[in-house]
Ligand binder design. Structure first.
Ligand SMILES: O=CC(=O)O
Length: 325
């Protein structure tokens, strides 16, 4: 049902969650759909949905909050969820399948930006770019011999955890730095020449850097545990642009403080939006507020893809980026 003052002719799309990508989508593609925007209403969400979204077939959401059963119960006509994210851990695929709801997601749109961020964090941790910046600004001196030595990136042994779209982009970039690439993933990739380790323990033992590029599932939750970090070793660096809970964050902090690993570059955290305060005091840690995907280009790209998926759905055509669980 259309809200007062809005078009009833355009296909209806419900938008949930923080409208961060939505504003780009709406400004780039105005008048494509009739958007239901609960955040503009005084009504509590469930009341809004039962008042206005009973015939809504398509839903647009970011990666959080989880799309739970009470929300789905309020949307009896829902047939499509478009999540503007590469990660899909907020979706329960068994339930969505049971309700006959298809899913489209970000596919490859963010992969280059996320891979760039992984390399940026790695260079920052190894070469102490942010630490050097703090050093100069705090002491107001451009050059000082007592700044600690950095570590070289070229030639490093890199272990990629999850050689999907993002992991492959990371590998491609680091090959350009003369790094030796190994990876762990559920299965060996037939067309890839990088060394494959069937478990993260062997990968960590044989690498100097671990880059977490996989999604969060029951299998990957806390996959990077204390044992893996000890195997990575005292000079080892962890970069995480996947999901925070793939690493046992408490143990990682302990390992960083005790010098059991050398450093970390983190764009994601186990209990977002919380970031453990101990990380703020560590100079061998570079932090980023889960912004690997937030470039102008990625936002325009995901807005376009979301619109294309919605248009395909409303004209009974195949989705552009279906997520097949
Ligand atoms: O974290 C961002 C995403 O999953 O797209």
């Amino acid at each position: 049902m259309a809200m007062e003052g809005e078009s009833k002719e355009l296909p209806e799309v419900l938008v949930l969650g923080p409208p961060w990508v939505f504003s780009t989508l709406e400004s780039q593609f105005p008048n494509k759909f009739h958007y239901l925007k609960p955040w503009l209403s005084q009504l509590p969400l469930h009341q809004f949905l039962t008042s206005y979204a009973q015939s809504t077939q398509a839903l647009l959401i970011p990666v959080s909050p989880p799309l739970n059963s009470p929300i789905l119960d309020c949307l009896p006509s829902l047939k499509l969820v478009v999540t503007v994210s590469a990660g899909v851990e907020h979706l329960n695929f068994a339930e969505l399948r049971g309700r006959g709801i298809a899913v489209a997601y970000a596919g490859n749109v963010f992969s280059e930006d996320v891979a760039d961020m992984a390399v940026g964090l790695l260079i920052d941790v190894l070469r102490k770019v942010s630490a050097g910046d703090r050093f100069v600004k705090q002491r107001l001196q451009p050059i000082k011999p007592d700044f600690p030595l950095r570590s070289k990136l070229s030639g490093k042994q890199i272990g990629i955890v999850g050689l999907g779209k993002i992991g492959s982009e990371v590998a491609k970039r680091l090959e350009g730095f003369g790094c030796r690439i190994s990876y762990n993933s559920r299965t060996k990739k037939p067309l890839v020449s990088y060394s494959y380790y069937s478990n993260v323990h062997e990968l960590a033992t044989n690498c100097e850097v671990l880059i977490i590029c996989c999604g969060l599932t029951e299998e990957t939750h806390h996959m990077i545990n204390r044992e893996v970090m000890l195997e990575l070793g005292k000079d080892g660096v962890i970069i995480n642009i996947g999901r925070g809970a793939v690493i046992d964050e408490k143990e990682m902090i302990r390992c960083l403080i005790e010098g059991e690993i050398g450093g970390a570059g983190l764009d994601v955290f186990e209990f977002e939006p919380e970031i453990p305060k101990q990380l703020f005091t560590l100079d061998n840690v570079v932090l980023s507020p889960h912004t690997a995907v937030t470039t102008h280009e990625s936002f325009v790209g995901i807005a376009k893809l979301a619109v294309e998926n919605l248009e395909a759905f409303f004209s009974n055509k195949p989705l552009l980026s279906p997520y097949v669980a």
